[in-house]
Design a protein around this ligand. Sequence first.
Ligand SMILES: Cc1cc2nc3c(=O)[nH]c(=O)nc-3n(C[C@H](O)[C@H](O)[C@H](O)COP(=O)(O)OP(=O)(O)OC[C@H]3O[C@@H](n4cnc5c(N)ncnc54)[C@H](O)[C@@H]3O)c2cc1C
Length: 388
Amino acid sequence: LPLGEAIVKCTSFAAELTAEKLQKLFADFKPRVVKQPLSDFARLHTSVDRFCELSPRSAEEVADIVGLAAALGIPLRTRGNGHALNGSSLPRAGELVISTSELTAVAHLGVDSISVGAGAILWDLNDSLRSRGLYLPVINDGYRGPSVGGYVAAGGFGPGSATAGGFWNNVASLTIVDGRGALQRPKRNDALFPWIFGAMGQLGIVVEAELDVATCDEAIPLGRARDLHPSRDVPDRKAEDEAGRLFWFTLFVRSADLDEARARLKTLEQEHPATFAFRNRYTYFIHHRRIVAPLLWPAGVDCYAVGSWGIVHDAKPNLLERILAFDHAFTELAMSAGYRRYLQSEVPAGPALYSRYFGADLYARFRAHKDKQDPSELFNRGWVFPWK
Ligand SMILES: Cc1cc2nc3c(=O)[nH]c(=O)nc-3n(C[C@H](O)[C@H](O)[C@H](O)COP(=O)(O)OP(=O)(O)OC[C@H]3O[C@@H](n4cnc5c(N)ncnc54)[C@H](O)[C@@H]3O)c2cc1C
């Protein structure tokens, strides 16, 4: 299409943009048309059947792609490693997918810092660091899954949070591409920085991160990252978990509320015996360090992440509805007790839920950052804020 024609068509009829049209518009960036739908870790949702995907190899290339998308009014869907539960990495009609899978370069910046592409998988990165006697203070528990950018989008905590705090306390700076296609480098003391954690990709595409690293005192076999991060009541891992159909529901609570929260979760599990085979309730301590991530835990004190998790053995009938029914009760528990929850990494989604969960003040402040960072609402459009 000639550019002028494309602009008119795209801004008015984004949903009519076929994968093939997008492929022509973004021909300079080696696009490919994917002809089968994508899913994510939960396998509750699928994407459109055909979509156009780009896998840029540098921050500058991401900036050029977003700049063109902004000029054409084309909505974007950022995809890391597809390990979310809520379908947030799955393209809808008319969306162009930007995969971070080729953004994996690592540079060592000094003894206690590395720069890494947002598509690097945390566990792989940690294993490669350990072969050099280093490690990441905070990574996810469970399995190999989240990319660096996806972990930032969710927020990020793990066993190492007991001493090192949230992931937001262990990142020195981020390189992001905003909704105009400009590169920004917020540092840990900048006002925008803590809002990016748990923002679900709304404030920009994370393309690189400067991460703190620590020194291993002992040689630990590769592939056993969690042994470096002893914690309390971490989940039992079983072979069947790897098959998926595993769901978790996490509260953030003050230390004084921990026992009560665990008791409430136990009651909730007993009230919903049919959907999940529940596992041991897990608890992680998250040490408060200077930086507070408002979308995750807005209080400047330590907290616990405490949760229920379970395997679904019987996917039929109406698995999504049954899970959402449990989740609804979980949200009510969190809100009535004044707890927070790790909404960013779990099943439910949508502007109505986020608006209610965050509350008027926090949601409005989040929205103000969104308006500055992504005025055309290109990133995961309509996912967190309503799209007119
Ligand atoms: C087995 C397993 C264990 C887990 N354990 C933990 C844990 O211990 N602690 C914890 O905190 N979380 C945990 N999680 C949750 C996980 O961190 C989040 O779901 C995370 O977002 C997944 O990263 P991803 O790269 O797969 O992102 P995707 O699923 O690809 O994307 C998730 C969201 O992030 C956005 N996104 C992805 N990459 C970027 C980027 N570069 N820039 C901007 N937005 C982006 C996407 O658009 C989407 O909205 C776990 C998940 C799984 C499946």
